[in-house]
Write a protein that binds this ligand. Structure first.
Ligand code: PMP
Length: 301
């Protein structure tokens, strides 16, 4: 996909560059989003899922981090639609907006006012397995007094990268973080849910998670369509092992069952019934096939 957005312009990607002196690159001083748009073949339409919520979160991340985004969510939505049109996207696509310190200076302070915004879109290459075997990581989730976990900051993904790499090198598909206090937090790029006795439980924001947009959609599906009780409370590692079902949620991974944790079978060791039902609703909603959620699906054409 040839065209990208950089500082208020849509340009051919070959015209865009970042200096090796760039401060955002050198110190991880940036925030970003991951947004998906889904192609609906029947309607010949591309729907961007919850774009408003993603750009609202980008602005909130920027505010927490002293990396204020120099555009409003409405402006960014307009640019994104224009970018997708100019690339003539007619397939599922991943959209990556980023706001990072644009100066080419030393010292990792955040006082410099130049915050550069870029957006690119790409066909989705990351194809996770349909069901995951995961481990609890020896790396803790970054705490609130280290890097704000509710801000989606580029620097914080070194924490995610270390946990993911250890998991992969040890033969697992993905990792689960605990907080420093030992509560279940989230995955390196996903939120986590368990099902226990027909109740859905997910860690609260205060357990250092990113307030996931997929997590919020799943809570709505569980309450509105499956009439399940949903609670946000701290979970222990043992509650993971003894859960009936466990699954990850996230824009990239969507809804993904976890069938094994630390070499312990979860439930029957296959995708659970409730996970499957939630996944089914989610896949319909994001593609613009559920009329109750059309306000979440922004048409591009
Ligand atoms: N936690 C982390 C650390 C993430 O990177 C993501 C992906 N953005 C999520 C949770 C899930 O968030 P969302 O559902 O908004 O994609």
């Amino acid at each position: 996909m040839r065209y990208v957005f950089d500082q208020g312009e849509i340009l051919d990607e070959s015209k865009v560059s970042v200096s090796i002196r760039n401060k955002g690159l050198n110190y991880g001083l940036g925030c970003f989003e991951g947004i998906r748009a889904y192609w609906n073949e029947y309607q010949k339409q591309l729907f961007i899922f919850r774009i408003w919520d993603h750009y609202k979160r980008l602005n909130e991340s920027g505010n927490s981090l002293h990396i204020q985004v120099p555009y409003t969510p409405i402006q960014l939505i307009k640019w994104t639609i224009q970018l997708l049109r100019q690339n003539n996207v007619r397939e599922d696509v991943y959209i990556r907006p980023m706001c990072f310190k644009g100066a080419n200076t030393l010292r990792p302070d955040l006082t410099d006012p130049f915050n550069r915004v870029t957006i690119y879109c790409t066909a989705f290459e990351y194809k996770p397995k349909p069901a995951l075997k995961v481990c609890v990581s020896s790396w803790s989730r970054t705490g609130n007094n280290m890097i704000p976990p509710q801000a989606k900051s580029t620097g914080n993904y070194l924490n995610s990268g270390l946990a993911t790499t250890d998991a992969l090198l040890n033969g697992f598909d993905e990792a689960i973080f605990l907080t420093d206090e030992g509560n279940v937090s989230e995955g390196p790029g996903e939120n986590i849910f368990i099902v226990k006795n027909n109740r859905l439980i997910t860690p609260p924001i205060s357990d250092n998670i990113l307030a996931g947009i997929t997590r919020d959609t799943v809570i709505q599906i569980a309450k509105n369509h499956l009439f399940l009780s949903v609670s946000e409370h701290s979970l222990s590692r043992t509650e993971l092992y003894s859960a009936d079902e466990v699954f990850f949620t996230g824009t990239a991974i969507e809804i993904k069952p976890i069938i094994n944790i630390d070499h312990r079978k979860i439930g029957k060791g296959i995708e659970g019934d409730l996970t499957k039902k939630i996944r089914f609703h989610y896949e319909n909603i994001v593609r613009g096939n559920n009329p109750h959620y059309l306000s979440y699906c922004t048409p591009v054409y």
